[in-house]
Design a protein around this ligand. Structure first.
Ligand SMILES: C[S@@+](CC[C@H](N)C(=O)[O-])C[C@H]1O[C@@H](n2cnc3c(N)ncnc32)[C@H](O)[C@@H]1O
Length: 222
């Protein structure tokens, strides 16, 4: 089903169809294994477009990736699978210990049979993973402070409300590498995404699979 996003992925990455097809091909068993493990549980907010992130990370050879919103770790799992295939890279995941789409910072894990956020990420993938438990407001500024390594891919998937979305875009964008990607789930939830793009003169954005927005920071890769 994600194959319909191929033309947009091609425009975003500059990669040919045959190369993208190869990433989709290798993704199939990884995605099937994840779905089998997750069972019915990823409905707790899982980013169902996470397979597209796998392809983006593979196609761009993204080294530094930062995401907000962890929940069960569906997106983290496939980003880390891509990092493992690339043989290099690091993922910082920021999120409160709540599975659903709420913001109840530091409340106790709320079920899923005692599982903790990020439970879908197996031990074998955890080497290049940093888990930051708390809100993006608490953790993001330090992770994108001046002098930190530029980010190749930033994904917003935490609280889909205008103030949080706009603040995350504004905070992360200056830390993006030239040619790096800013991505957001639920771009139609409010006007945060179009407002941010317009205010920064960003063009060439794509909306993948209905509501995963992605835009490239202009300039040659740094
Ligand atoms: C849509 S889910 C994330 C899904 C995850 N990316 C996946 O693919 O499994 C959103 C998560 O963000 C958390 N969250 C809500 N507000 C947050 C905030 N301000 N900072 C970080 N995480 C937040 C929610 O508790 C929830 O776990």
């Amino acid at each position: 089903m994600y194959l319909v996003a191929r033309p947009a992925l091609g425009r975003l990455t500059g990669r040919r169809r045959a190369e993208l097809d190869g990433y989709f091909e290798e993704l199939l068993p990884l995605h099937a294994a994840l779905r089998a493990e997750a069972g019915a549980l990823p409905t707790a907010g899982a980013l169902m477009q996470a397979p597209l992130l796998y392809v983006l990370v593979r196609a761009l050879g993204a080294r530094r990736i930062l995401e907000t919103g962890i929940s069960s770790g569906y997106s983290a799992r496939l980003i880390l699978e891509a990092i493992a295939r690339n043989g290099a890279g690091h993922l910082d995941s920021i999120g409160v210990e709540v599975f659903g789409l709420s913001e109840l910072p530091r409340s106790a894990p709320d079920g899923l049979k005692g599982r903790r956020v990020g439970w879908l990420v197996p031990e074998r993938l955890r080497g290049p993973w940093s888990l930051h438990l708390g809100t993006s407001q608490e953790h993001l500024p330090a992770l994108v402070a001046p002098g930190s390594e530029p980010i190749d891919l930033f994904l917003h998937d935490s609280l889909h409300q205008y103030p949080t979305m706009h603040w995350e875009f504004s905070t992360a964008f200056p830390a993006l590498a030239r040619g790096g990607l800013l991505a957001s789930h639920d771009v139609h939830a409010n006007r945060a995404w179009p407002d941010f793009l317009n205010a920064n003169g960003l063009r060439g954005d794509e909306v993948l699979d209905h509501d995963l927005g992605v835009v490239r920071r202009p300039g040659p890769p740094s």
